[in-house]
Design a protein around this ligand. Sequence first.
Ligand code: AMP
Ligand code: TRP
Length: 342
Amino acid sequence: MKRIFSGVQPTGNLHLGNYLGAIRNFVRLQSDFDCIFCVVDLHALTLWQEPEELRRHTREVTAAFLAAGVDPKSNIIFNQSQVRAHAELAWIFNCVARIGWLNRMTQFKEKAGKNRENASAGLYVYPNLMAADILAYKATHVPVGDDQRQHLELCRDIAQKFNHDYGVDFFPIIEPQILGSATRVMSLRDGSRKMSKSEASDMSRINMTDGADEIARKLRKATTDPDLLPGPEVLGEDGALPEETRRARPEAYNLLGIYAALADEDWTAVLTRFEGKGFGDFKKALVELAVAKVGPIGDEMKRLTADTGAVDAVLREGAERARAISEPILQECQDIVGLLRP
Ligand code: AMP
Ligand code: TRP
């Protein structure tokens, strides 16, 4: 059976990258798969969070799932800390994963920065907790943005080593689902940096709760280059955008990729439409599209976030259903490794 698991951290400033790289794909996958979507509050703790803000952001991410169209009845939506299997399985995986593996994680290096000695131990073992999230449900498919590729590779390594060391065929080897034309949305100010929740300048990202005026202002000010827009001849034979082409004009292709994803069109269609146009015309069309697609989701998020009772009820019910799946898997795993359950 195919089962989907994915998580989003409640760290504030949910942005267009989160939507196009992850949440929108959740909505598309929900009709074909058994899906579990998690607000990963334990992961958020790896960097400092104000307690009241963490609670607010946990509800906000839940509201974003709902506003984007994830159905809480046919899928499971819950927050990680309410299901014990995550933290308990993560401990077992801390003892399976090797320090050498974790030392290769580029996200740790980015997030820890120069002062690595001062990073939390949680930030270091973060990928082990992520593997536990997925494998506590024996999920097989994991939709994420491109930046999570390495973490998912580690999840496969952990499952493989566990199965090998204990001589079992217990944990599945997952398949990453990195889908769509905007798997890596870049900053609006600097095409070499990823759009990110933690970037100091709010002008670098479109937040899911931004109003029409903010969306328009940010896109109008987005960095571009002096050339006209290219036509479909820049694409490879497979219709994809070659990496070296993207690298030559990162800001232009970032905006075009955002357009393609929001319009649900492929590269050929978008490049044909805007071939030879200047950024002025293109940005006008992009603003209109972004306001039409993001605006209603942001409005619904704000409405839901104010209704804490309804959001909390979704999380409570989701956690109960998540426990029913993960508890027997955790117990069987404990039996495999020899933890006595008297
Ligand atoms: P996070 O906010 O780190 O919890 O990320 C939640 C989801 O959004 C993950 O699947 C990420 O891979 C995805 N994501 C985050 N930033 C971007 C981005 N700039 N472009 C595409 N996907 C992203
Ligand atoms: N690490 C992911 C991110 O920052 C969030 C996450 C936590 C996750 N656990 C997960 C994603 C399990 C997919 C599956 O984006």
